[in-house]
Design a protein around this ligand. Structure first.
Ligand SMILES: Cc1cc2nc3c(=O)[nH]c(=O)nc-3n(C[C@H](O)[C@H](O)[C@H](O)COP(=O)(O)OP(=O)(O)OC[C@H]3O[C@@H](n4cnc5c(N)ncnc54)[C@H](O)[C@@H]3O)c2cc1C
Length: 286
């Protein structure tokens, strides 16, 4: 899709995560052939229930926007029709590329909220202040528009629906968890997936109603809401203690700060560092 009025002197690269596979490289990897450090999971673990066969990867496609709605003033939900779509696994993401008339491009990653069985690829984008791509997607996209997308992407932060999982998400970090929830319900195995999610307010929690009805523990850090019974405050180890079994894989997704805090509390609650997979959204250090 062409971005009107874009100048080519702004950044082209992603804040993070433009690569084919979001699993970072170069770090010691828990459970991987070269692993052994206590660093929380960064690469596919051979032999784990979720490891093994490769996750699907798709090429660039021109998608048509089928649905645009605004669940809140700073968010947009897009459903895309992707031709020759390769079914994703819950947890994977797509890259969206915007292109200006002068050839300038900007691309960002967005997790898929829809489950593999759904017809469209659903994305949920939060508009960031001065956000180059999120601002355009939130305000400038209409039904019938075409978007360049590449996906599915990501071979590490994926849940195949065949093992016990505890998914912990903060803010838009809940988006891939929604795909996991929908998939668990679709395959008739909702008991495999436990969820704990957090946002400042109920209004800022994407898919709040769906997550609550799926049994997620919801922690609101700056507000109360009649639908949320838990007292306001950050997620704590006590929230997740009873959700962990000996064969649980943890999936943590959100800002870098959220991901670090949530990973720590999962370890405090008894989950091994090598059983935790982390997806960080946003600028390094945010
Ligand atoms: C694997 C992956 C999946 C993602 N999935 C989603 C998703 O489902 N929904 C979603 O809304 N976003 C998601 N993101 C984040 C998304 O890729 C973009 O980083 C985000 O939309 C901001 O892009 P922008 O061009 O609007 O902002 P930019 O123009 O790049 O940045 C604007 C300002 O915001 C800061 N910033 C950039 N990214 C973030 C961020 N994520 N949080 C806080 N501050 C930031 C920058 O430092 C800068 O100050 C995902 C990121 C990754 C790596």
């Amino acid at each position: 899709m062409v971005i009107p009025g874009r100048k080519s002197d702004t950044r082209v690269t992603e804040a993070r995560g433009a690569s084919i596979d979001s699993a970072p490289t170069g770090s010691p990897k828990v459970g991987s052939p070269e692993g052994g450090s206590a660093k929380i999971g960064m690469a596919a673990s051979a032999g784990s229930p979720e490891g093994g066969s490769a996750a699907p990867v798709g090429a660039w496609r021109t998608a048509t926007v089928k649905v645009v709605d605004h669940p809140g003033p700073n968010a947009v939900r897009l459903v895309l029709d992707v031709p020759d779509r390769i079914d994703h696994l819950p947890g994977q993401h797509y890259v969206v590329r915007l292109r200006a008339e002068d050839g300038y491009t900007a691309q960002r990653s967005y997790s898929v909220a829809s489950a593999p069985h759904e017809a469209g690829v659903e994305l949920f984008v939060e508009r960031l202040p001065d956000g180059e791509v999120s601002g355009f997607l939130a305000d400038g996209v209409q039904v019938g528009d075409q978007l360049e997308v590449r996906g599915p992407i990501g071979g590490w932060f994926v849940w195949r629906g065949n093992s016990q999982a505890l998914a912990v998400g903060g803010g838009t970090g809940v988006v891939p968890l929604v795909a996991m929830l929908r998939h668990a319900v679709h395959i008739g195995r909702p008991e495999l997936l436990r969820m704990a999610v957090s946002a400042r307010t109920y209004q800022e929690l994407p898919y709040a109603r769906e997550l609550l009805s799926g049994g997620a523990i919801v922690a609101l850090t700056r507000g109360v809401h009649p639908a949320v019974t838990r007292a306001a405050g950050r997620l704590a180890a006590a929230d997740v203690l009873s959700l962990i079994t000996s064969d649980t894989t943890g999936f943590v997704c959100g800002s870098a700060a959220f991901a670090d805090g949530a990973s720590t509390l999962l370890v405090q609650a008894g989950l091994g560092a090598d059983a935790i997979r982390v997806e960080r959204f946003g600028a390094t250090g945010s």
